[in-house]
Write a protein that binds this ligand. Structure first.
Ligand SMILES: O=C(O)CCC(=O)C(=O)O
Ligand SMILES: [Fe+2]
Length: 360
């Protein structure tokens, strides 16, 4: 066992979460699925939301190979820039992570969540820790709960890893996490290099070198009785710089907020779904948008995903970088740790952390 590292202890002061019932287990215990237990998950506010199913294929598709091919680079970079400005989301194809590595991590994640609860519980979150097997952040007894379980580890930088959370079952898991993580670091670096150019920001200033990578495996069990009244993940924007989502089993569920409605995202098994996080919105002075999104639940199919959050180092500071001397700064300069605390506490008072970073 390794000693806790400084970044881990620091994160522990950022957040602490209340323990709640395991959702995967609850979903399979039919005698427990009473109105009383389900009450904590029901949302009265989502039935009237407009969902535009017919637009699910519209998320921009960006080809990483083209971004580095002299024949296409200019045009593809412009499309990337448009995607970040107008959508805050894009499907990244030709992303360079070998098929075998993606296939193994997909099957390891499926196998992990199939393990008995007692086995998974060995990785339960320690009090105040963001890492481990458990639920999304819960701050009060009255908070509406998400219909999902998750498993979070820090994968990068290697010295920030806490091996107590690295699963030993299935036996290939540690290796597949390690490989996926390091391939994704390369892919992310390529994307950040192009984004820096589109924003005319020095790559050094993008903080890419000091980024931490959090891997969060999400399990959304089906809800046989009232799928349309619960959410797997309540609406939020990501407290990251960039997020890279791998849809592990291609079961639909993610929705993006767009023009006051929700757009369903059709899973693309060959792509990584990338989104702009709050820190990139701040750094680009609002040019690139950290878009709200949520996850809905199916009646009979489970959804599995892997989110990789690329977050600036807690020691860092994020400030808007202006394109010209005339441009007005729209966001405060925020310490990453200070912002992360705001982000974690926003469920308490319902105010978005990003709005509090705005200068108005
Ligand atoms: O699982 C998904 O589809 C989305 C997960 C997500 O939004 C997140 O992890 O921040
Ligand atoms: Fe998210």
């Amino acid at each position: 066992m390794e000693a806790p590292r400084s970044s881990e202890t620091r994160w522990s002061t950022v957040a602490s979460s209340l323990p709640v019932r395991n959702v995967q287990d609850l979903a399979t215990c039919s005698e427990e699925l009473t109105e009383e237990t389900l009450k904590r998950y029901i949302r009265l506010d989502i039935q009237d939301d407009e969902v535009l199913a017919e637009r699910s294929g519209e998320v921009p598709v960006i080809d990483l190979g083209k971004l580095f091919n002299p024949h296409f680079a200019e045009e593809e970079s412009a499309r990337l820039s448009f995607a970040c400005e107008d959508w805050g989301f894009f499907q990244l194809v030709n992303h360079g992570i070998p098929d075998g590595i993606v296939a193994t991590i997909r099957s390891d994640i499926e196998k992990f969540f199939q393990l008995p609860l007692e086995v998974k519980s060995a990785y339960a979150q320690l009090p105040g820790d963001l890492q481990g097997y458990g639920q999304s952040f819960v701050v009060s007894e009255s908070q509406t709960l998400d219909w999902s379980d998750m498993f979070v580890i820090i994968a990068h930088p290697p010295q920030a890893r806490d091996m107590r959370y690295w699963p030993v079952q299935p036996h290939t898991f540690r290796k597949s996490i390690e490989e996926y993580s390091s391939e994704l670091m390369k892919t992310a670096h390529s994307v950040v290099t192009v984004l820096a150019k589109t924003l005319n920001i020095d790559l050094e200033l993008m903080g890419d070198k000091y980024v931490c990578q959090y891997l969060r495996m999400n399990y959304y069990p089906p809800c046989t009785t009232m799928a349309e009244k619960v959410l797997g993940f309540s609406p939020h924007s990501d407290g990251s710089f960039l997020t890279f989502l791998l849809e592990v089993n291609s079961v639909e569920g993610l929705q993006i907020r767009r023009h006051d409605a929700w757009i369903r995202v059709k899973p693309n098994p060959n792509a990584l779904l990338v989104n702009v996080g709050d820190f990139l919105e701040i750094m680009s002075n609002g040019k690139y948008k950290s878009t709200e999104h949520r996850v809905t639940i199916n009646t009979n199919q489970e959804r599995l995903t892997l989110s990789a959050f690329h977050v600036p180092s807690l020691d860092g500071v994020v400030s808007p970088v202006m394109g010209s001397a005339e441009e007005r700064s729209l966001y405060k300069t925020m310490g990453v740790e200070e912002y992360s605390k705001l982000y974690m506490s926003n469920k308490l008072d319902g105010k978005r952390a990003l709005d509090r970073a705005k200068l108005m």
